[in-house]
Design a protein around this ligand. Structure first.
Ligand SMILES: [Fe+2]
Ligand SMILES: [Fe+2]
Length: 187
């Protein structure tokens, strides 16, 4: 499975190198060969779909603002993709907050600061989602007939800002969590 397709090349990690000690036993080069039914591969698959949804939303915003897409088509496609994408994102983070992260913290007490960072990312991303959802309500209410370029600009900036956090969060979370899941699945 490739997760690199939708990942910008300029994402800078916030992880401390000391937190990556499990990469000695489970380096990223091995992740593509993990069993597809395992928790680690399932986790990577969810992240892949979140990256794809994010890149599709960014693409639609650019296409409309560059006048390659007319308003009605833009509005319809953006609303159709945004609802399931942000639903998956919220649901995935809720599951991590409630179920996975507390258990993983107990398994690797040395990684508390890393999970604090991931928790803090979730809080920031959730706050951004509130703003994006409010813009999506306005997009829904705007109707299909009259283009609102100011609203599309606001959506473009809000979705792109959220994407910067999301891409970095997914990358950092994988570096921290995937080795744990893969090694625990194997034992
Ligand atoms: Fe997360
Ligand atoms: Fe995640």
């Amino acid at each position: 499975m490739s997760t690199a397709v939708f990942q910008p090349s300029h994402v800078d990690s916030k992880l401390h190198s000391d937190w990556l000690y499990l990469h000695a036993d489970m380096p990223p080069a091995k992740w593509g060969t993990l069993p597809s039914f395992g928790t680690a591969a399932t986790w990577l698959g969810m992240h892949h779909s979140l990256r794809r949804g994010q890149s599709e939303l960014e693409h639609l915003n650019r296409e409309f603002l560059n006048q390659h897409l007319e308003w009605g088509n833009y509005r319809q496609q953006l609303l159709a993709i945004a609802e399931p994408h942000y639903g998956h994102l919220h649901g995935h983070h809720s599951l991590e907050d409630r179920h996975y992260f507390p258990r993983l913290r107990l398994r690797e007490p040395r990684l508390q600061a890393g999970f604090d960072l991931l928790d803090s990312d979730h809080t920031t991303i959730e706050r951004q989602l509130h703003g994006i959802r409010a813009l999506l309500v306005r997009l829904q209410q705007a109707g299909a007939d009259t283009a609102d370029f100011a609203l599309a600009e606001q959506l473009h900036h809000a979705v792109a800002e959220n994407g910067q956090w999301l891409y970095r969060h997914l990358m950092d979370e994988e570096d921290l969590v995937i080795p744990m899941l893969a090694l625990y699945d194997a034992h």
